[in-house]
Ligand binder design. Structure first.
Ligand SMILES: Cc1cc2nc3c(=O)[nH]c(=O)nc-3n(C[C@H](O)[C@H](O)[C@H](O)COP(=O)(O)OP(=O)(O)OC[C@H]3O[C@@H](n4cnc5c(N)ncnc54)[C@H](O)[C@@H]3O)c2cc1C
Length: 534
């Protein structure tokens, strides 16, 4: 085999892969990015459904590595829409000349470590071979879509769309009968918009979810100027906050606060905190009685909004703690069900049996005629895109084999048996529990520093030790047990895919603690990693 042209191959051209390309290339490394899709942007390239937006404020859900970039980009909305975020990503790629090292239409299907050569050899779906000393999986937490098992799809005369593979051309549902399966984030964001034009919208709901209002608004010139003037301090607040949102929860325990004051705090959070509602108090995700109070507050809000009693009860979440599934940040979701052209079907009590030529048939035999069926059925989350390719490490060990009972990592960055391989914002890290972009940048910088350290040592190989990942796994478990997360069936726990191991996959200790742990690892000369030269 010819010597490899690259030091590092990054897989995935979303926020993570592009940041890795920029940072590592700036450090003088030869980097290639292999991307399965036909465009850059990852999640923001694929999820073009109506209403798709970020649920972290735009300024905080943006790259922090360049103050020039911060100063020249103008966010227009508090929560940017998908087209605006994709424009931003394209702007970044142009500005930092990233396109030339991104290779589109390259799905990596196999990665094999060659111990003798000290190289990763990658194979794409198209049969190309690539090789590099280091491989970084920037394949995303929510990038492998989940398709529901729905017999009869071939019989259906209407159109079937998945929110995460939404067509690039506008989809006009004016005057059409539309069905939506799924009431997670994508469903709850798209339902109010689809309801605005569809002749009739039928929502098929299995689980009622908690949602808090986004309180969308345009960003005024004055507000924008104020943020730009304060950007470094804003970024510092984000890094010092537990979830990367820029603020800390109140210190008191929820139940200690007198009822009237507590309600006022919840009201204030409801009116403006968006995703940060869960941080109104510090113990909402660790103390059941505190959580019950927050959940009851939201249930009361739903009761105030939704007029039909049956629909209201169906929309009211009662089977999991607030926040133990990723809460949704919506724009008029509950009120949409007061519209005459919207109906809600409970598929927990009457499951979908199949599709026929005209629409959905339920187990009871009831039928719902549709022209368009929207699958808002989400993703094989967190590990989906890491376990889809065949990743083979030292001594023929496959990642699928190693992770058959759940992902095992050290710090969410490396895994024993897979030298010179890193994952970004994936299992074992705070991942989806925090502002993901902050987690991505932190990982990329950390990996870049590690590679620089290896240069200084004269090392060419790095690998997490078995002991370190065992300790990290125990720490993850201990932290998780202090929370209410295991009380919900969620994608954090692998519940979204039948047969997936049921383990909590993320670090629940928050961004601040995680940053401290990574810094300690560095200060201790990358303790828990082994190098071929120390
Ligand atoms: C609709 C939606 C809204 C979201 N909103 C927020 C938000 O507001 N705040 C937040 O913090 N997080 C949000 N997220 C989470 C989101 O995953 C992250 O914020 C972030 O975009 C992830 O970036 P990434 O680069 O890690 O992954 P992705 O954007 O998922 O990119 C991964 C890329 O890897 C490619 N890929 C995967 N496997 C392979 C392979 N084998 N070979 C080649 N290429 C491959 C994919 O095609 C994809 O382009 C949202 C997710 C979704 C789906």
């Amino acid at each position: 085999m010819a010597p490899p042209q690259h030091d590092v191959i990054v897989i995935g051209a979303g926020f993570a892969g592009l940041r890795a390309l920029h940072t590592l290339r700036s450090a003088g490394r030869r980097v290639a990015v292999l991307e399965a899709g036909d465009g850059i942007g990852g999640v923001w390239y694929f999820n073009r459904y109506p209403g798709a937006r970020c649920d972290i404020e735009s300024y905080d859900y943006s790259y922090s590595f360049s103050s020039e970039l911060e100063q020249e980009w103008r966010w227009t909305q508090r929560y940017a829409t998908q087209p605006e975020i994709l424009r931003y990503i394209e702007h970044v790629a142009d500005r930092f000349d990233l396109h030339r090292d991104v290779h589109l239409g390259r799905r990596v299907v196999r990665a094999q470590w060659d111990e003798a050569a000290g190289l990763w050899e990658l194979t794409t779906e198209g049969g190309e071979h690539w090789a590099a000393a280091f491989v970084i999986w920037a394949v995303g937490n929510l990038s492998t879509t989940k398709q529901p098992e729905l017999p009869g799809q071939a019989d259906f005369r209407g159109r079937i769309l998945h929110t995460a593979r939404w067509p690039h051309a506008d989809v006009d549902v004016t005057g059409l009968r539309v069905g939506v399966i799924g009431t997670g984030s994508s469903g709850m964001q798209s339902i109010p918009i689809l309801a605005g034009t569809a002749a009739h919208l039928t929502v098929f709901q299995r689980t009622a979810n908690f949602s808090v209002p986004a309180q969308h608004r345009a960003i005024s010139g004055a507000e924008d100027a104020a943020v730009r003037a304060d950007y470094p301090a804003r970024r510092a607040r984000v890094l010092a906050s537990p979830s990367g949102l820029g603020f800390r929860p109140r210190r008191e325990a929820t139940v200690e606060v007198p009822e009237a004051e507590r309600t006022a705090i919840f009201e204030q959070a409801w009116d403006g905190a968006g995703f940060g509602f869960g941080l109104a108090f510090r113990d909402l995700l660790t103390d059941q009685s505190a959580n019950d109070l927050a959940a009851e507050f939201i249930r009361d809000k739903i009761a105030q909004i939704v007029t039909d009693p049956t629909t209201r009860e169906l929309l009211t979440p009662r089977d999991h703690p607030f926040g133990a599934k990723r809460p949704v940040v919506d724009d008029g979701y509950y009120a949409t069900f007061n519209r005459d052209n919207v109906s809600l079907i409970d598929i927990r009590t009457d499951p979908i049996d199949r599709l026929d030529a005209s629409g959905i048939v339920l187990a009871s035999g009831a039928t719902h005629a549709l022209d368009v069926l929207v699958l808002a059925t989400g993703f094989d989350a967190i590990t989906g895109s890491l376990l889809r390719p065949d990743i083979v490490g030292r001594n023929g060990l496959s990642l699928r084999q190693k992770w058959s009972a759940g992902p095992i990592t050290y710090l969410g960055l490396g895994t024993h048996g897979f030298p010179n391989m890193f994952t970004i914002a994936g299992p074992g890290s705070p991942g989806l529990l925090i502002n993901v972009l902050v987690g991505i940048e932190q990982h990329v910088d950390w990996i870049a520093d590690l590679l620089a350290d290896m240069d200084e040592r004269g090392a060419t190989r790095v690998e997490a030790t078995e002991a370190a990942e065992r300790d990290w796994g125990a720490h993850l478990l201990a932290r998780t047990e202090q929370t209410l997360y295991p009380k919900a069936r969620s994608y954090y726990m692998g519940d979204e895919v039948p047969g997936k191991p049921r383990v909590f996959m993320l670090y629940t200790g928050g961004l601040r603690d995680y940053r401290r742990i990574l810094a300690e690892c560095v200060a201790d000369s990358y303790a828990g990693f082994e190098f071929d030269k120390d």
